[in-house]
Write a protein that binds this ligand. Structure first.
Ligand code: SF4
Length: 200
């Protein structure tokens, strides 16, 4: 019935999560080996106006009034921070409904000041940190060529400096790649750089 807004769906961390999907299938700046959506067809790292923000807002206007939910969560069938209209949607959600706002992102666009400023309006930002070194980062996340491991962590670190909400992190352990003690120690070092409130 709706094109962009779905749910609420039960989430272990977010309770009843009303999702807003802002990116078409597999436009992402990563190509993770474990991605449940399959191989990334469009490996991009620039912001794109995939849909008119007004169309998404029109749906949100109806659905937030009709449904009961704990969090309004921005996601994508790829990486949601690649959507150029995201800042507008976050502003609308902040001003027009009263539930906390979250995003599920890989975190790589946080190196971009504009994206940091959009996401600083949220309550929860869930990023991924599957690697503690450039080599493992390339093996697991297979990022766009512009993205290096150091810049990736630096972006989240910079965001930490301006963000008063919660940063959550997700660490996907892949057998034989990042599940050894040395890499886990390095992942721990990366997490200490941006201090999430918890990791799963
Ligand atoms: S960042 Fe997310 S959407 Fe992109 S490839 Fe990795 S798991 Fe898939």
């Amino acid at each position: 019935m709706y094109r962009y807004v779905f749910g609420p769906v039960p989430s272990r961390r977010l309770g009843k999560s009303l999702g807003v999907n802002v990116v078409p299938l597999k436009y992402c700046n990563f190509n993770c080996i474990y991605c449940q959506l399959g191989r990334t067809r469009h490996v991009i790292n620039d912001l794109r106006m995939f849909y008119p923000p007004e169309d998404i807002i029109k749906e949100m206007e109806v659905v937030v009034r009709a449904r009961n939910y704990d969090y309004l969560t921005f996601i994508g069938d790829g990486e949601p921070t690649l959507y150029a209209g995201l800042g507008k949607l976050i502003q609308w959600a902040r001003n027009n409904q009263d539930r906390p706002l979250a995003i599920l992102t890989n975190g790589a666009k946080l190196i971009d000041e504009e994206v940091r400023s959009w996401l600083s309006e949220l309550d929860v930002v869930k990023v991924s940190t599957d690697a503690g070194s450039e080599r493992t980062f390339r093996l697991i996340n297979r990022p766009h060529r512009e993205i290096t491991f150091d810049r990736f962590i630096e972006g989240i670190e910079r965001f930490r400096e301006v963000f008063s909400g919660q940063i959550w992190t997700e660490v996907m352990l892949v057998k034989g790649i990042n599940d050894n003690e040395e890499e886990m120690e390095r992942i721990g070092e990366a997490l200490r750089r941006y201090r999430p409130i918890g990791s799963i």
